[in-house]
Design a protein around this ligand. Sequence first.
Ligand SMILES: C[S@@+](CC[C@H](N)C(=O)[O-])C[C@H]1O[C@@H](n2cnc3c(N)ncnc32)[C@H](O)[C@@H]1O
Length: 359
Amino acid sequence: MSDLASAFRMQALGCARFGSLFYEALLNRAAEDIEARGPTLSLMSPWANATRKEVFADASHLRLMGGLHDLVLSGDDPALAAAYPREGRATNIDAAWTAARAAMVTHADQLAAFVTHEPQTNEVRRSAVLLPGFLQIAHETGLPLATFEIAASAGLNLNWDRYAYQLGDRAWGDPASPVSIDCDWEGPAPALNAEIKVISRAACDRRPTDLTDTVQRRRLLSYIWPDQFERLARIRAAMDLAVSLSVKVEDADAVDWTDHMAAPRPGLATVAYHSVFWQYMPSESQRALAAVLEGHGRAATAEAPFAWLRMEPAPDNMARMELRLTLWPGGEERVLAEVHPHGAWVKWAECQGRIDARP
Ligand SMILES: C[S@@+](CC[C@H](N)C(=O)[O-])C[C@H]1O[C@@H](n2cnc3c(N)ncnc32)[C@H](O)[C@@H]1O
C-alpha cells in the first residue's frame, strides 16, 4: 500500500513538472486517501500490493485519473464536471477532490471497469518534433516521402504535414489548418525550405483507436490532463481532421507490419517512424524490429533510400527524450535533437552527432 501511495505522489511531481497543477493536487489527495484506506484504495485494489515500478508500468494512477475525466466528458457525473477545471475559471481543489472522491463511490463499477483497460494516448504535438526530422530527410534525399508510422495509436501524427506550426519564431505548414502547433525552439533552423511531398502514408498499432467510435474517442480524450485546455482543443481538432480524411491505422503488430509494408522503393524516400513506443515492446520484439529496420536499410540505394526516424527516450537515460535519424544508404545514426516528451520544445543541433547506441 505504501508503494501505491508513493507512486501517486511521484506521479504528482511528474504532472507538476509537465504543467498540470490540477493533477499534482488531485494525485496527492488520492495518495492520502489510499493511506486512509478510502475509495481510491478500493478502486486501485488490483495494484494494492504492486511495487512502484509495477504501478508505473501499468500507469494505474493515470488510469484512475482518466476514468474520472471520462465521467466528466461523458456527462455521467454533473457534480464532478461542475468542479473540474474549466477555461477562464479558477479551480477549487477542495471541491474537485470532494466530487472526485464521491464519484469513486457512486460510479465505482464504471471506474473499476475503466481501469482494467490499458491506457491509450496520442500526442499531436509530437508532430512538431517529427517535422524537422522529415524536413531533414527530404532535404538530404530530395525525394518525395512514403511514410509508415509504427504504433500510431489513433493516427494523429500521420497528418504531420497538414498542420500549421510555429517553431519558435519560424512558421511552417498550412496557416489555414484547423490544427496549429507551437513549440519552443532552441538552436539553428531546421531545413524549412525542403520540399515536402507525402506520396503515401500508412500506420499500424496493436490496439488502434477508432475515432468514429464515441467511447474510444472519449477514452483518448480522457487521458489528456483536464487543466491543459490547449492540448484538449488541439487533440479535438486533430481528431476531427483525421476523421474527415478517413485516416486509417491497421490493427497489426509492429514487427511483421514493418517487415511487410515498409521496404524501400525507387523514386521515394521511405520513412519508418515512431514516437514514445519502444519501451512498450519486450526486448526480443525490440531486437526483431531493429533487425527488420536495419534489413530495409541494407536494401536501400541512392534511388531508394530508407530512413528510420524516432522520438524515444535515450537508451541510457529514460528521462531524456531524443529525436534520432538513421538514413540509408550510409546508415549513420544521428541524434538530431533533445526534445520535450509532449513536444513543447526542441533543442535542435546542439546535440547532433554520431552515436552507436539505439533506439
Ligand atoms: C504511448 S502510445 C504512443 C502513441 C503515438 N505514437 C504517440 O506518440 O502519440 C504507445 C503506442 O504503442 C502501441 N504499441 C505498443 N506495442 C506495440 C506493438 N508491438 N505493435 C504495435 N503497436 C504497439 C500502443 O498500442 C500505443 O498505441
